[in-house]
Design a protein around this ligand. Structure first.
Ligand SMILES: [Zn+2]
Length: 252
């Protein structure tokens, strides 16, 4: 008899606890949200698949959020929305004049650092110019379709990104060439003094060599000594010093 009463009391206590939990969830979800509002949440940046964006929250400073934007990962597994256009595209001063004028832009912070990189190279006696930087989704679509028609899709996929999968759409990537390789995009660049200077010093300006030799299985692209990607500091130094890719850096 006594035991049954105890069981009944336990059940009663359980019910009370259950309602307390329900009430707490209701308060934090419904009432809490309406009090805080959505303005405290960071805006969705580019792709919902961005691992760096998952770490953002309303308490982080603008500087931290900006750094995370510079670390956006775009590759064959992580696409950018077709509609994405960076809001702060700024003109590039140093470019090969026979390439599309549409692409002579990078995001503000990246463009400033690119100019410093070119000026730094010049002090060492090397001339670097941009051939392509920002590419819109439509631009990449045309480019990729042309390559597929010319080389077939399997080969095109080793060196050209599908639209939405190109880093160039983020305004953080830049293809660079030099007079010594007749402003071409060729792996020969890596063997020239200019190419070696870039590989060694780009990180000092916040850039990384995005598609290094021997990392094709991780990046999904062949060796491209001409393609630099702005990631800012301290990421650029760490990636350079550890000899890793952006994919590996973001996994840590
Ligand atoms: Zn490129």
């Amino acid at each position: 008899m006594k035991r049954r009463r105890k069981n009944k009391r336990n059940r009663g206590l359980l019910l009370v606890a259950f309602f307390v939990v329900l009430a707490t969830i209701f308060f934090t979800k419904i009432v809490g949200n309406s009090l805080l509002g959505d303005k405290d949440k960071p805006e969705a940046l580019i792709s919902s698949e961005q691992p760096s964006q998952e770490k953002t929250n309303g308490e982080k400073s603008e500087e931290v959020i900006q750094n995370q934007e510079m670390l956006i990962l775009v590759n064959k597994q992580h696409a950018v929305d077709a509609s994405y256009i960076p809001e702060d595209l700024a003109p590039i001063k140093y470019f090969a004049s026979d390439r599309s004028a549409q692409s002579r832009f990078m995001r503000q912070e990246a463009s400033e650092h690119f100019h410093q990189l070119v000026e730094g190279a010049k002090e060492s006696g090397y001339e670097l110019v941009m051939t392509t930087a920002y590419r819109s989704y439509e631009f990449q679509n045309t480019l990729y379709t042309n390559y597929v028609n010319k080389y077939g899709q399997a080969e095109a996929d080793t060196f050209s990104a599908k639209p939405g999968q190109s880093e160039h759409q983020t305004g953080l990537a830049v293809d660079i060439s030099t007079p010594t390789v007749q402003y071409r995009l060729t792996s020969e660049l890596g063997e020239t003094a200019e190419g070696q200077w870039m590989a060694e010093h780009a990180h000092e300006y916040g850039f990384i060599l995005r598609y290094p030799k021997g990392k094709e299985d991780i990046t999904g692209y062949q060796y491209e000594p001409w393609h630099l990607r702005y990631v800012g500091q301290p990421a650029a130094d760490e990636i350079y010093e550890q000899g890793i890719t952006l994919e590996e850096y973001l996994e840590e």
